[in-house]
Design a protein around this ligand. Structure first.
Ligand SMILES: *[C@@H]1O[C@H](CO)[C@@H](O)[C@H](O)[C@H]1NC(C)=O
Ligand SMILES: [Zn+2]
Length: 424
């Protein structure tokens, strides 16, 4: 390691919390890394796997964003005083974000109620945010789309549906979400679906509901492979991770999860799974939420870099990326307080002796490879004549609480007969 790198590491690691170097020498060393980091992010798109800004639009504006100027949200309320407002256009540009998976998230309280409706509303608000800011954003649905938007100076904007409850156990809804632009689905959020277990079921004292994915859950995976929709294993239980990795013929992602070995939250990825991700060719995109980085109430950009290094050491540098979870969490690390500060993380890795080619992989090349891999699987399945999977979830797989909100598969038939008998 170069002397200046050692000096910088010492300077940074002796501080309790991260801050800009104070002496002129430190400043010069840090600026040099920062400059190099920015140059890397000018060459390859920084692709973030997860940002909850669309949920902020619902929370603060009821999705009534027709007249909302999102260039600078640092001075307007309620954004200015919100601890989970980390995103606006000015800061995205400062942070050199090249592409963003915007999260279409709806709460688990909507499961068996209006989850599908509200998810469509979130996808709609993402489309409207992109359309209202055409100089900044471009709606994209492919790996090539990300690269094309980046080469035109636009932030490629994609939709990730966060939570399997959003499809109401219907492959038809899954397909329509794809048609609306969704390019990943997180298989669960903080609730099990009728076909898959969530991460909280691995917490001490809890027991699995399905022990991973049910047969229908595996069909969901197969249909996502056929569509070319990325399978996101953040938020799922370990057994769901294993089942999905075993079932998927395409590389998978963790859109916003960190390393369990460094912080034992069940939202993070254990080492044995990291090894399976490497075999699968997938990518784990590191979450910045302090609770998943330090398991405590504060964290630093150095600790985020530790997670990246750990995943790189266990799975390989081809299998790590960035999935900040900005706007979804209240506490962010020192040195990574909002979307303007990504370059600090890359400067930190450079100071540790990382090669620029590896930074390019972490920034975006790994995700692009995974996305292209999923697209290739889709193309092959189409070429092989694989038809859309059209089975329904077995009625016996549905919990009693879901039944009052469903008319059952025979809805149309019953309605038709009633209509015939009640008219004329
Ligand atoms: C993480 O470690 C702490 C301290 O050892 C322990 O109390 C907690 O139960 C662990 N969490 C999990 C999910 O194992
Ligand atoms: Zn999440």
């Amino acid at each position: 390691m170069k002397l200046c790198a050692i000096v910088l590491c010492l300077v940074l690691s002796t501080e309790k919390s991260w801050s800009y170097p104070s002496s002129r020498f430190e400043e010069a060393a840090f600026e040099k890394y920062l400059e190099k980091a920015r140059a890397v992010l000018d060459r390859v798109p920084l692709i973030d796997g997860h940002n909850d800004f669309p949920y902020s639009l619902r929370r603060y504006k009821d999705n009534q964003v027709g007249n909302l100027d999102i260039n600078d949200l640092t001075t307007s309320q309620p954004w200015a005083s919100s601890s989970s407002s980390h995103t606006d256009i000015n800061r995205l540009r400062q942070g050199k974000v090249g592409a963003q998976f915007w999260s279409a998230w709806v709460s688990c309280t909507t499961q068996y109620k209006d989850a599908i409706l509200k998810t469509w509303e979130q996808i709609d608000v993402i489309h409207r945010m992109v359309d209202a800011n055409p100089d900044t954003f471009e709606f994209v649905t492919s790996a090539q789309g990300i690269e094309d938007a980046f080469s035109q100076g636009k932030i490629g904007s994609l939709v990730g549906v966060e939570g399997g409850h959003s499809i109401g156990s219907s492959l038809a809804v899954l397909r329509m979400m794809y048609d609306m632009g969704a390019r990943y689905m997180t298989m669960t959020h903080s609730c099990a679906t009728p076909w898959g277990d969530n991460s909280q079921l691995d917490d001490p004292g809890n027991v699995p509901i399905h022990d991973g994915l049910t047969p229908f859950g595996k069909t969901v995976v197969a249909e996502m492979n056929r569509l070319g929709m990325l399978i996101d294993l953040s938020h799922v239980s370990r057994k769901t991770m294993r089942d999905a990795l075993e079932t998927s013929t395409a590389p998978v992602i963790f859109s916003h999860s960190s390393a369990y070995a460094l912080c034992n939250d069940t939202r993070n990825v254990p080492d044995d799974i990291l090894q399976l991700v490497a075999q699968n060719g997938g990518v784990v995109m590191v979450n910045f939420f302090v609770s998943y980085i330090s398991c405590g109430l504060t964290a630093t950009v150095q600790q985020v870099a530790d997670h990246i290094e750990h995943i790189s050491n266990v799975a390989g540098v081809d299998h790590v990326g960035i999935g900040s979870d900005f706007n979804g969490v209240a506490r962010t690390p020192e040195g990574l307080k909002d979307v303007s500060e990504y370059p600090n993380l890359f400067a930190e890795l450079l100071a540790r002796g990382w090669a620029e080619i590896d930074l390019e992989k972490v920034a975006g090349l790994n995700l692009l490879r995974v996305f292209r891999g999923a697209e290739a699987v889709r193309d092959q399945m189409v070429a092989d004549g694989v038809k859309p999977f059209d089975e329904w979830i077995p009625q016996t797989d549905l919990p009693a609480e879901s039944l009052p909100c469903s008319t059952g598969q025979s809805m149309l038939h019953t309605y038709f007969l009633e209509t015939l008998m009640s008219t004329d």
